[in-house]
Design a protein around this ligand. Sequence first.
Ligand code: MSP
Length: 661
Amino acid sequence: MSDKPKFYLTTPIYYTNGLPHIGHTYSTIVCDTIRRYKRMRGYDVVMTTGTDEHGVNVERSAKKAGVPESEFVAKMAAEWRALWDELGVQGDEFIRTTDLKHAHTVQWLFKQCRDNGFVYPGHYTGQYCIYDNAYVDVKPGENCPDCGRPTETVTEANFYFKLSAFQKPLLDWYAKHPDFIQPEARRNEVLSFVEGGLRDLSITRTSVRWGIPVPGEEPHVFYVWFDALTAYLSAVGGPQYEKTGYWPADLHLVGKEIIRFHAVYWPAFLMAAGLRLPKQVWAHGWLLMDSAKMSKSLGNVVRPRPIVHVLGMDALRYYLLRETVFGQDGNFSYDALVQRYNSDLANGLGNLASRTAAMIDKNSGGKIPKPSALQPQDTALATKAQEAIGEVLEQYDKLGFSLALEEIWSLIAATDKYLTTEHPWSLGESEADQQRRATILWTTAEVLRIATALTHPVLPESTTKVWSLLGQPGQPGSIALDGLRWGQLASGTALGKSQALFPRIEKAEAIERMEAMENEAQKQPSPVTALATPSAPAAGGAATAATPAAAEKIGIEDFAKVEMRVGQIQTAERIVGADKLLKLTVDIGTEIRQICAGIAQYYEPEKLIGRKVAVVVNLAPRKLRGVESNGMIVAATVGPEGRPVLAGFPDEDVEIGARLK
Ligand code: MSP
């Protein structure tokens, strides 16, 4: 085990029913910056990120894509992961809530809470939309706000967590740890929420199927937030967290809308289980687009890939951290992004690096020159750089990224000015002039080295190039920031190869290219629809390569796509004007479904009540004679007239909802 101090930080784990936009990217990039910074301060850092893969929304998205949930989430998790790689994000742990080790941790945490007397069984009553499979916040008799169809009053068995018992312990904790919730505005918001009283929280569901089962209590599955928050623990050893030594977390970094889950529910779960609490929860603001929170449902999202493609990943990272004061909301604009790129990166850091290298190349044979007698303007710049080190580290420690970058760029601007006033290019070839030029160029290169080290957590890709351009050994990520001082640049070091850093780009052209890519991407099938495509029959009904012919063999994975469950018929009635159809309601364990079946000529409706049948539950809903059918009852077709005989379970008392495999 390393003897360095440990630092464990987390991003939120992202929902997999959609793809990342730059709002999500923001949470992750901030975390990655902190991770790199802490490493450079000598910490043994672990950063966790991952995907939140359970719940009704995933059920619904997978159904829409026509694939099993497991396949759907695997594909989406891979997309998220790939994007973080492209953005230079170095997560140490990528946790998926469908990982087995995570399920064990959730079940273990629940058991701890239950054994300690903080869990009890109860019931939840609410308005349920059977079409959307979700509770909705309306009164009895009102329609679903999402789809407009009637809701039903449903009472569901749940396990409750005694959150009410934690009001005082939480308030005491906040009082003893004034930095636990940051920034101040969020802390006040949480305090007044908790002071207002806490109601017990339902932490299991029986109306949802796609979740981690509660052992011995099936069909209960865990409520998504009880499940998701626990990911922070499962990533670092779960029940064996003591062995890894990373718990408690030092920092949970989250968006402001999920502060309550992290600063109230999560510490309460941990207290109930007898575990230590994270040291800090930091809530950042939102990236807004046209003054609204960027979100898929509003259709105002900006994706990171076009930006990375046109301007590079460092440009996006720089813009996100420089433009918005951390903790506050910030507006995204392509215009400001390209503006920052050109002024700060191309004309600022990029230009300083390339002109310094070019001058050293020309005047001192590509080797860092040796400084001699210093003049006050050299010392003034040296003092500014030395002070910048202290101030930048202080800002990084406070997560004041924009101020830290402002400080570094003020040093770059001062160096540009220094070059202009000292104009080494107009010095002659006399001994004195050569010495003076060597001093100026060494001073400039030394500022560049310091600025590179300080900027590395934000600009990992380009600072690595500048570092090797300056002929420095190793990677900038392995610099110990605590030992960074003015004057350490060794004379005589040979410069490395010059590499393109931030080529200037015309604003209108850059924006046009990014927007064109964004539009193109929107036309491409998303991974969700791409998943659905192979099984969709070709127009006109002809069999295609993707639709196996009757005699063709299929793999087990194809069979696994069909989800069949034991259902019990609750009601059955004839449909006026459709003499072959019966309208049934069928309990499939997690919900009641309306299903139409073409059995009316052979089965009396009243004799079907209570009968257990095999139901295909993951068929896309469709209308039969104007009546919605959400599933299919399995039957054999017998005799020349094709008489349906229902598949059933006459000899065994099978559980409703059991899966047929
Ligand atoms: N799955 C939950 C988190 C569970 S953590 C145990 C979730 N997921 S999310 O995908 O909706 O959001 C993840 C993070 O992205 C949150 O921190 C959220 O604030 C951030 N953002 C999503 N849109 C955002 C913006 N427009 N701007 C900034 N960040 C926002 O919540």
